[in-house]
Design a protein around this ligand. Sequence first.
Ligand SMILES: [Zn+2]
Ligand SMILES: [Zn+2]
Length: 149
Amino acid sequence: MSHEGIRFVSKEESARAEQAELPHIAMTPEKVRVRLTEGKGLEIDWQDGHRSAWGFAWLRDACPCATCVEERKNEDRKPGQPRPKGAELLPMYKPPARPASAHGVGRYALQFNWEDGHSGGIYSWEYLRRHCQCQECTFAAEETTGAPN
Ligand SMILES: [Zn+2]
Ligand SMILES: [Zn+2]
């Protein structure tokens, strides 16, 4: 046994550990489809047989870059949760978020170049899997957090 198994965990880390540990195959994509031309979103088939799909609007509002994470924290929004309507001073029609392109980052993540010029977010497979939007996963997430909606 090595000493690596023993370490002190911060409060945040232990909170994160309460989330179910995901097996490696649950965070390894078998197939990744970015439906750029249809403007539909991202679909991933995972090695454990699970299938996830996210709309581009959700992904844009779940951008994991430091700026967006900070912004959501200040506005008390969850990843993928859009800004409340009327939050802008001059509401203008905004076309739904779409990436101009997408590419893999190493073997662990995906990056989008959004049409609005933003591209700082690195969407790791783990992040995406943890935010799977399928009924089964969103239901499980509500169960564990006890959130009413
Ligand atoms: Zn961002
Ligand atoms: Zn799911």
